[in-house]
Structure formats: structure tokens, C-alpha cells
Write a protein that binds this ligand. Structure first.
Ligand code: LLP
Length: 417
């Protein structure tokens, strides 16, 4: 993990740029994002899933530059709000290659998506089918199915099982009923089926089981309605290692297992093989990101830095674990285990527990936390009215500001009372 790093003369580089130089130029905390790594991951997924439509899940991280890289690499884009759509639009992302998601799409989400002409809308409730029937979108619809498959991941992101808020359960017949209702509407075009098992899934078995269940449903639809749906979207969720030794789902392994299972299941059901769509978010961008902090204080094995839960809420939300490394200074000092904490007014504001760092780590030092490209800046808040860090794009030996640091004026702009 953190493979985006290279070392030169004791300095850590990402995208060919030294992290100490980045800190001097852009201040701390900062998110660095390695464009070359993002592009490599896009290419890896396209290679691993030949013939499939690979849609980057923008919720993991989106800005105009990111949307541009993804578009150039030939990916589609999954958005789940009018906000993500607005960024995609500003980047000129081709409308036909955008999918709109959401279990509770707002009128604004739908209005903007239809106005821009997004290619696909993933429907998630009977009410939404009624609403869309009156709007008569030109977009193809995918019905989001809950296949009843456990992704064996954190409960907050285990979305393939019954009893959570997303999708039409397969087990109750709701999925088949949703297909029936969409097909019954002359103004709606059903393109296929969708499921998303969850996030940070580290084995292919759950995907294979989902494929078998989804293909059975495709075959049942064909039998009941005489309609052959030509798209099967399996969502995202491909897991990533955050620390050395942790498991991760290699795209190639996943692609092979999924492709094989898909062909076998379609043969068994005597139904044509649909076009696959996948929606990786984390696996595209997580490892491209590194966050650089400055140490502000050290006491009792606690190293306090100038960021925290406002730029990384994941330890608090999911018990996520990270590593940290000293940047920009050489030391021969032995390492000891410390806990890296943030600057926020909560005891739970911990960034990384039990990480080995040189025992002489001191205020002014820089720390780098790798694998912070996905669901970090995207989930950043202004808690304690702390300003969100910038995102600096690095690659090809150069650095370029993509998203600037927030200013006190930014915070006051919305304070209009
Ligand atoms: N497609 C759909 C419909 C999704 O809901 C998601 C993620 C993805 C694709 C992309 O999943 P990925 O490949 O990134 O795992 N905030 C959590 C992750 C929540 C994921 C939500 N949905 C975290 O920080 O771990």
C-alpha cells in the first residue's frame, strides 16, 4: 500500500514530487493526488474487465481534473447527486457516459440529470418509478436489486444484504415487481439490472454469488416478459489494502472470476451474456492519495497534527486503520509506536493508532499518511470551523493545485444572518 511513494535521498516522493516541497509550496495539511496512479488504475480495470463499461464512482473523490482524467481513460462516471453532476458537467464529461444513483434522489438531482441527458438512471424505489414515468426521461433505467449477498465488510457499507436501505430485494419478489412496473410504463426504457454489494470487499466470492443470482433474474425476466436485458451492472466495492499485509481485491482476479461465472451462469440459463458494468471508486483513487500533516505537539506517545477527523473521518466512522511516515528529515533514531491524533475537540479524533515512528518525532516535522485518495477529501467537513485542505495534483514530476485550501472568507460566505 502507498505504492504511489518512491524514495530519493531519504525524501518521499509522490508522482515524482517531494512531499516536503509540496508542504512548503502549498502548506499543510494537504492532499496530494497522483495523476499517473489514477490513470494506471483506470487502465488496470479496463484490462481486467475486457468489454465491460467501467464507471468511476465519483463519490470516492471528484473534482474537474479527476473527471477529465477518468474521461480520457475511457471510463464512464457514476454520480449520486446534483453536486457531483455539476462538477462532471463543468469538466465537460460526456452526458451519455454518466449514471445517476441514489436511494432518495431529490427533484433537483433528477431535473439536472434529465436536463444534461445522463445515459443511465439507477432506480431504487417504486415511488421513483412513478415519478420517472411522468418525467419520461430519454435515459435508460437500471433497476437496483438487493441480491441478498453478504459482502463481509463493515455494516455501514454492506449493501448487498436485505434490511438495509438500498435496492429492491430479490428475496421478496420486489425486484421482479420493479422490472414489471418499469416495463409497463410506455415512457420508460429498461436497460438492465444493477446491484452493489458494498464497499471494501476483499474476495471475489460475493461477486460470483451475486452474478449467479442476477443472471437468474435476467433469465426470469426474459421468460416472463420476452425482454432480453443487455446490461448487468455489478457496482463497485473492490477492496484496497491500507496497511502492509492487508488483503485487497486485485482487479485481474476479480475480473477473471466474475467473467467466468457470468459466462457459466448465462450458459446454464440459456440466456445471452449481458454487457457488464462495474463502478469502482476506492480502487481507482485510494492509493493515488497521500495526506501530509505537520506535527504540532507530542506528549505521552501521542503525536498531534494540524488536521484530523475533519479531513479523515474514517477511523471514527469505520474503525479504519492507517500508517504514517516521517517526511522530509533524516533520523537515525529508533522507532517506537505512537498514536497520531488530530486537532479537533474530541477524544475520538484519532488518525492512526499504534504506528511506528522515529522516537525523536517533534513539532515542525511532517507526517505522510498514505492511501487517502478515496473518501477523504470527499467526506471532509468544517468541524470546529477548520478549513478543508487543498488537493494538489502531482504527476510527471510536476505539481498543480486542483482544489484550493478553504479560507476564512469561504466559511463566512455562507454565514448570512
Ligand atoms: N456504486 C455504488 C452504487 C455505490 O454506492 C458505491 C459506494 C460505489 C459504486 C463505489 O464503491 P467503491 O468501489 O468505492 O467501494 N464512505 C465509505 C465508503 C462508502 C461507499 C459508498 N458507496 C468509506 O469511507 O469507506
Amino acid at each position: 500500500p502507498g505504492s504511489a511513494f518512491t524514495r530519493r535521498d531519504g525524501e518521499l516522493l509522490v508522482g515524482g514530487v517531494g512531499l516536503r516541497d509540496l508542504a512548503e509550496r502549498f502548506g499543510t495539511p494537504l492532499h496530494a493526488l497522483d495523476e499517473e496512479e489514477v490513470r494506471r488504475r483506470c487502465q488496470a480495470f479496463r484490462r481486467a474487465f475486457p468489454g465491460a463499461d467501467v464507471a468511476y464512482a465519483g463519490k470516492a473523490f471528484l473534482c474537474r481534473a479527476m473527471a477529465g482524467w477518468v474521461a480520457e481513460e475511457g471510463l464512464a462516471l457514476d454520480v449520486c447527486s446534483a453536486g457531483e453532476l455539476a462538477v462532471a458537467r463543468a469538466a465537460g464529461f460526456p452526458a451519455g457516459r454518466i449514471l445517476l444513483h441514489g436511494n432518495a434522489k431529490t427533484p433537483e438531482d433528477l431535473h439536472d440529470a434529465l436536463e444534461y441527458g445522463v445515459g443511465r438512471i439507477v432506480v431504487d424505489s417504486f415511488h421513483e418509478i412513478c415519478r420517472l414515468a411522468t418525467l419520461r426521461p430519454a435515459s435508460r433505467l437500471l433497476v437496483r436489486v438487493t441480491p441478498g449477498v453478504d459482502g463481509h465488510t463493515h455494516a455501514a457499507m454492506n449493501t448487498g444484504v436485505d434490511g438495509q436501505k438500498f435496492g429492491f430485494p430479490l428475496s421478496t419478489g420486489a425486484a421482479a415487481e420493479a422490472v414489471r412496473r418499469v416495463l409497463a410504463q410506455p415512457g420508460l426504457t429498461l436497460g438492465g439490472l444493477h446491484c452493489h454489494l458494498g464497499s471494501q470487499i476483499t474476495g471475489a466470492a460475493a461477486y460470483e454469488e451475486a452474478v449467479r443470482r442476477m443472471v437468474a433474474l435476467l433469465a426470469a425476466v426474459r421468460e416472463e416478459h420476452g425482454v432480453t436485458l443487455d446490461e448487468l451492472d455489478l457496482g463497485g466495492g473492490f477492496g484496497v489494502a491500507y496497511r502492509p499485509g492487508e488483503p485487497e481485491l486485485d482487479p485481474e482476479t476479480a475480473g477473471e472470476a466474475i467473467g467466468k461465472t457470468l459466462r457459466a451462469a448465462c450458459a446454464e440459463h440459456r440466456t445471452p451474456v449481458p454487457r457488464l458494468t462495474i463502478e469502482p471508486g476506492r480502487a481507482i483513487v485510494a492509493r493515488a492519495g497521500v495526506t501530509v500533516y505537520r506535527v504540532l505537539g507530542v506528549k505521552r506517545g501521542l503525536v498531534a497534527v494540524d488536521g484530523g477527523m475533519s479531513d479523515n473521518p474514517r477511523p471514527g466512522l469505520y474503525g479504519a486503520r492507517y500508517t504514517a511516515r516521517l517526511v522530509g528529515r533524516r533520523t537515525t533514531c529508533a522507532e517506537r509506536e505512537v498514536t497520531v491524533v488530530g486537532r479537533h475537540c474530541e477524544a475520538g479524533d484519532v488518525l492512526a493508532r499504534d504506528v511506528p515512528l522515529p522516537a525523536d518525532v517533534r513539532p515542525g516535522d511532517l507526517l505522510a499518511v498514505p492511501v487517502t485518495g478515496a473518501y477523504h477529501h470527499a467526506m471532509a467537513s468544517n468541524y470546529n470551523l477548520v478549513r478543508r485542505p487543498p488537493v494538489v495534483g502531482v504527476g510527471f514530476g510536476r505539481a498543480r493545485l486542483l482544489v484550493r485550501r478553504e479560507t476564512p472568507e469561504d466559511l463566512l460566505l455562507r454565514d448570512v444572518g
